[in-house]
Design a binder for this molecule. Sequence first.
Ligand code: KIV
Ligand code: ZN
Length: 559
Amino acid sequence: MTFDHSKYRPTPTIALDDRQWPSRVIDRAPDWCSVDLRDGNQALVEPMTVQQKLRMWDLLVKLGFKEIEVGFPSASQPDFDFVRALIEGQRIPDDVTIQILVQARESLIARSFEALEGAKRAIVHVYNSTSPVQRERVFGLDKAGITAIAVQGAKWVREYAERYPQTQWTFQYSPESFSSTEVDYAVEVCDAVIAQWRDSGKPLIVNLPATVECATPNVFADQVEYFCRHSRYRADYRVSIHTHNDRGCGVAAAELALMAGADRIEGTLLGNGERTGNMDVVTMAMNLYSQGIDPKLNLSDMDEIISVVEHCTAIPLHPRHPYAGELVFTAFSGSHQDAIKKCLAQQDKDAQWDVAYLPIDPADLGRNYEAVIRINSQSGKGGVAWVLENDYGLHMPRWLQIDASRKVQAEAEAQSGELSAAEIWSVFAASYLQPQGQQSLQNFSISQDNASHHGHERLKLVTHINGQAVSLEGEGDGAISALTDAWQQRYGDAVEVIDYSEHALKSGTASEAIAYVLLSINKQRYIGVAVNNDVVSASLQAVINAAAQSQHTTQRKAS
Ligand code: KIV
Ligand code: ZN
């Protein structure tokens, strides 16, 4: 097997030392034209049925496309029937123009006009190939021969349009394989076509395709800028761009082409199209949106877009597809989770978006925040805290976040995969709410004891520790210090409360309290957490959960 790069040659660049496009900034949306129903459809293993096309059509209209290429009616009967169904079924809104593609051949042009009969408005898009390889190897013609095909095609389009005066026609020409065509020749052939049309009074479009993407996007932008600056009739038409994604830069090339002078962009939803696909309109529109520019398409229901595209193309979306994939707003890495959690906590609802790792607010695309942070062995305390806060209402102190995330991480490593929120909760509950040894508070009483010089409250409490009933009695400033005093008296341990907090937990309609305690017992740290309807019970149980672990550890050491 040979893997020999010398088999290939670089795409020629063009001399454009005074190029202007690098200093331009995109500040508004282009005119969009969807080619899902034509280019996208032509690339499918199983082309769309009429039902699927109608579903795609309805979506495209709903999203706000004003120009939609609906097929190649002279080349395919289903495409012809679909165009008829749109026109006869009166499914074309007044502000939407359909477009059809046709080769520069009279019989095909005639058939295309038949398909379009009765349309209020339509774009007839005629093309022929212009690159050296197409001229020499496919058509066996020189430049003059290729220009003659284009010019004749343009004449036929104009003539046939005159036979259907009730439709408002727009004429569009594509020098197919423009990106591989000598740019001076592309200008020559397009000007020759426009010369046939410019006094027709019809709106005109020249569409410049990267039929095959063959160079870096800056080279394409140079070609477009050169084209725009050298065409004699540039003022007479809109420049449209139609990029494919062979090098993975279809969107970048279209964006730079816009900076280089284009007005209009053709592409498909989520990038379906020949070979590696057409330029993805969703990505490009969302790129504008994320810069504060109105994309003039409403992509807020991303799940609906995905579901229609998947239904019509039978191609599943990649989970990391820009903006739309199910993982694109998800952080697994601990440091990312931590940063996202902190930023989201400071993000005011109506303020400018400023959240690390999230270029846009997932909620704008109908995504909820649950998907933002997901937990596997790469995750850290921020992520675990996020899930427990969002799904279970816990506001854990930092020391507990650190400890809990270690336990969750160990479980994720053991399972070699992602943990659901429920699995994270079980790790938490097993670690802190029912720690080893099974202890449960049975009953307690607290009385004021002003006479005592030790403190103000006297606590009597019965609990089970390791299956044995234990009675404790102590005094302190409050219930917790009375319990640590009791523990100290009973076991002779040096007990200190390092940190304690509690808060209400809302689950359903009932409100419970959760208490978190960090104890030092004989200089060892122990964590206890407990949930109860009553906050004092939760606090006492949390202390017992923590303290009982010291018993367990001591017993283990002794045995
Ligand atoms: O990719 C291409 O060149 C095309 C043209 C027919 C516009 O789809
Ligand atoms: Zn194409």
